[in-house]
Ligand binder design. Structure first.
Ligand SMILES: Cc1ncc(COP(=O)(O)O)c(C=O)c1O
Length: 387
């Protein structure tokens, strides 16, 4: 096919092929263990698959209602009340989305106008900045630093002005594996009190949290909940990232605007999946087991890595472990990640790519949501690398 002959004015001139595609492609090419992309290496529960099958065979295969099937929204309202002691109206305050990324995109598109500023904390999930920029907004980057990646709220306060429309938070956090504590949310509440700022809270890893910590959802803080849209992902929770199913929760007047965008982005989401998820959610142990399940994975991976030349950073949530390779080489993290894949057969993601202007702390992100034999093999290869 000959190339398009006209002038192309890119809306995202800085965006190229993502590092995730590059690292996964390289891992396949050289036959490396792929701990780069953030997807679980284990199967979806057969029970959940059978439920999808059941609802497909029952004939529930046409468009779902725009905000999602009522029974699923009811289940989610019950879940929010049980976990975070807050009542959301399933009719008006919960919308089923095609995954967390679509929910984030719809929320940003609905509220960000030309010139609005959005405060984001970096390193961060890679969809935030393009979504803000496509909406005409201006991302205001707050850099967080290893090993704790703690937010300095006095710094945030200095960045807030009349153009600040939104603050995005993410806990547990990708890529750092850190979590926000109650004090962080109290600070956020104080900073936004009396303002028109909307909080977009990315909580897709709400159930992947360790060491007895409780997930600090904005939903636990009534004053924050009043100004927040919260994003969740069934993909993350039920090892089904390929299903692209999630949801967004927030007060009715925010949700009304969210739905205006959502209905023209996707209109509605996979019907049989929604019915299956509603039934599967009836048994709360299907998600309450996750902290223990993933903590065992984290502990196992850390134990396997101990004694190697890589330094383990603290990981309190998500399924990502950061490893510091500064004892081994001072190569740039992007270069070392490629060499590690090619020469040592382990693929990871360099953390600098999660910053708008790359900051290289000599850290790589490894996804430990994989079968133990994969983790064992990766650790065996990493142990062979000497300082
Ligand atoms: C922080 C964060 N938010 C959102 C998402 C997207 O979730 P989904 O796969 O449901 O679109 C991801 C996926 O990696 C993520 O890490």
């Amino acid at each position: 096919m000959p190339l398009y002959n006209g002038n192309i004015k890119s809306k995202l001139p800085k965006v190229g092929t993502t590092i995730f595609a590059i690292m996964s492609g390289l891992a396949t090419e050289v036959g490396a263990i792929n701990l780069s992309q953030g997807f679980p290496g284990f199967d979806v529960s057969p029970e959940l698959i059978n439920l999808v099958d059941k609802y497909m065979k029952k004939g529930l295969n046409q468009y779902a209602p725009m905000p999602g099937v009522p029974i699923l929204r009811n289940r989610l309202a019950e879940k929010m009340e049980k976990l975070y002691s807050i009542q959301y109206n399933p009719e008006t305050e919960i919308t089923i989305t095609a995954g967390g990324t679509q929910a984030l995109f719809a929320a940003i598109t609905a509220f960000i106008h030309e010139g609005d500023e959005v405060i984001i904390f970096e390193p961060c999930y890679d969809s935030y900045v393009p979504a803000i920029e496509l909406a005409g907004g201006i991302p205001i980057h707050v850099h967080l630093n290893p090993p704790t990646y703690q937010i300095d709220w006095s710094e945030v306060k200095k960045l807030i002005n009349h153009k600040t429309k939104m603050i995005m938070i993410n806990t547990p956090q990708n890529p750092t594996g850190t979590i926000l504590n109650a004090n962080d949310l109290i600070q956020l509440e104080k900073l936004t009190s009396g303002s028109d700022i909307i909080i977009l809270s990315d909580e897709v890893y709400e159930h992947i949290i360790f060491d007895g910590h409780e997930h600090q959802s904005v939903a636990r803080f009534p004053k924050l909940a009043e100004r927040s849209l919260i994003v969740y992902s069934f993909g993350k929770t039920f090892h089904a990232t390929g299903w692209k199913a999630g949801y967004c929760i927030g007060p009715e007047n925010l949700m009304k605007e969210f739905r205006k965008v959502h209905q023209f982005m996707v209109f509605s989401v996979n019907t049989p999946l929604q019915h299956a998820l509603a039934e599967y959610l009836e048994n709360e142990s299907n998600y309450l087991v996750l902290p223990t399940f993933y903590q065992e994975k984290r502990d196992y991976f850390q134990q396997l890595i101990k004694g190697s030349a890589f330094k383990i950073l603290p990981c309190s949530g998500s399924y990502f472990q950061l490893l510091d390779y500064s004892c081994i080489t001072d190569e740039k993290d992007t270069e070392y990640a490629i060499r590690l894949t090619k020469e040592h057969s382990v693929a990871s993601i360099p953390v600098s790519v999660f910053y708008n202007t790359p900051i290289d702390h000599k850290l790589l992100r490894f996804c430990f949501a994989k079968e133990n034999d994969q983790l064992e093999k990766a650790a065996e290869y990493l142990h062979k690398i000497k300082p």
